[in-house]
Design a protein around this ligand. Structure first.
Ligand SMILES: NC(=O)c1ccc[n+]([C@@H]2O[C@H](COP(=O)([O-])OP(=O)(O)OC[C@H]3O[C@@H](n4cnc5c(N)ncnc54)[C@H](O)[C@@H]3O)[C@@H](O)[C@H]2O)c1
Ligand SMILES: [Zn+2]
Ligand SMILES: [Zn+2]
Length: 345
């Protein structure tokens, strides 16, 4: 089968790989119908994710059809159409019982990281019963691919951790697909202001279409002053970091209001400076989170009920054999206008 393989920092290739086989009773083999590329895949290719070693098939998002299941799988049968969660969870270990699937002792974020992922014709999904979701009859598969990772990530790590509330002020630093997923799901709570900050005017334009009340291009280095000016000198109640760089985490420290929350979503590959000397007297909370995907069933209902439309995030479509072009397009979003790619296997 064809697969996109990470061959070390800066190196990737489409290779022929053997079709995966069932290894444990809880496994399912899923034939991929649609997958996509995440900002985290770009972090892996930069060498930011040490657990992902050369030779790994990338991809932790997608939808497909069950091809076969192990003897222990009871919730799915061959032929079922399923949404694949980026987080694999056993449902039984201490962390899973606490709803912290990201730290499942035999799962977590392993797909396209510690085990082969979804940017291929087939994938092996461990703990299939608790890591896959049946796609409802008539549902739009492309929209649901946005539920594998970016919508739960934006909602759990950004909106819930950021304590977004009716009337609150929110700034989202980073208008990539994840930042835009924060923007879409923050609107469940009717915040008064959602200020979107990025370097890319195309993405800021998309943010305005998706409900941002203000946008700021931080390229001129005056984003913090502008946020202060827009919020009566106070800053924002929730400063949500959706990039993963020291500079953007710094910006969040500069714009958070007293009593506010800095909710970090970005994957960081380098240390950041923590300004405790200014944060401590301002009652600031800082949160981090690897997405748990506990909100996926709820988000699925909001998509089915047309309360949010994640399909708005899809800008390009490619066949799997042209996935290298998809990476080029996604990696040069400023010139291509790319948000989410749909890769059809
Ligand atoms: N916590 C989690 O579980 C989790 C899950 C998925 C993704 N992520 C992370 O979320 C982040 C965003 O993902 P994405 O897919 O949207 O990535 P992306 O690379 O498409 O988007 C990042 C955005 O940040 C902007 N940006 C870059 N430098 C900037 C700067 N100095 N100032 C302002 N904006 C800047 C870019 O223009 C881009 O629009 C990544 O770090 C990704 O790894 C985290
Ligand atoms: Zn991801
Ligand atoms: Zn577990």
């Amino acid at each position: 089968m064809k697969a996109l393989v990470y061959n070390g920092p800066g190196k990737k290739a489409v290779e022929d790989r053997p079709k995966p086989e069932l290894q444990a009773a809880g496994d399912a083999i899923v034939k991929i119908v649609k997958t996509t590329i995440c900002g985290t895949d770009l972090h892996i290719l930069k060498g930011d994710v040490a657990t992902c070693t050369p030779g790994r098939i990338l991809g932790h998002e997608g939808a497909g059809v069950i091809e076969s299941v192990g003897a222990g799988v009871t919730a799915f049968r061959p032929g079922d159409r399923v949404l694949i969660s980026c987080i694999s969870s056993c449902g039984k270990c201490e962390y899973c019982r606490r709803g912290m699937y990201s730290h499942c002792t035999t799962g977590g974020w392993i797909l396209g990281n510690e085990i082969d992922g979804t940017q291929a014709e087939y994938v092996r999904i461990p703990h299939a019963d608790t890591s896959l979701y049946l796609i409802p009859e008539g549902a739009d598969e492309e929209a649901l691919v946005m539920l594998s990772d970016i919508l739960p990530t934006g909602f759990e790590c950004g909106v819930l951790n950021g304590k977004v509330a009716p009337g609150s002020t929110v700034a989202i630093v980073g208008a990539g697909p994840v930042g835009l997923a924060v923007l879409l799901t923050a609107q469940f709570y009717s915040p008064a202001e959602i200020i979107m900050i990025d370097l890319d005017d195309n993405r800021l334009e998309a943010a305005r279409r998706f409900g941002a009340t203000r946008t700021i291009n931080s390229g001129e280095g005056r984003a913090a002053e502008t946020v202060k000016a827009l919020t009566g000198g106070q800053g924002v109640d929730a400063a949500i970091e959706a990039v993963g760089l020291p500079a953007t985490f710094q910006l969040c420290q500069d714009i958070v209001a007293p009593g506010g929350v800095i909710a970090n979503v970005g994957v960081h590959g380098k240390p950041v400076s923590l300004h405790m000397e200014t944060l401590w007297p301002a009652n600031i909370a800082i949160t981090t989170r690897l997405v748990d995907t506990v909100s996926t069933p709820m988000l699925l209902k909001t998509v089915q009920a047309k309360k949010i439309d994640p399909k708005l995030l899809i800008t390009h479509r490619f066949r799997l054999d042209r996935i290298l072009e998809a990476y080029e397009t996604f990696g040069h979003a400023a010139s291509t206008g790319a948000l989410k790619m749909i890769i059809e296997a």
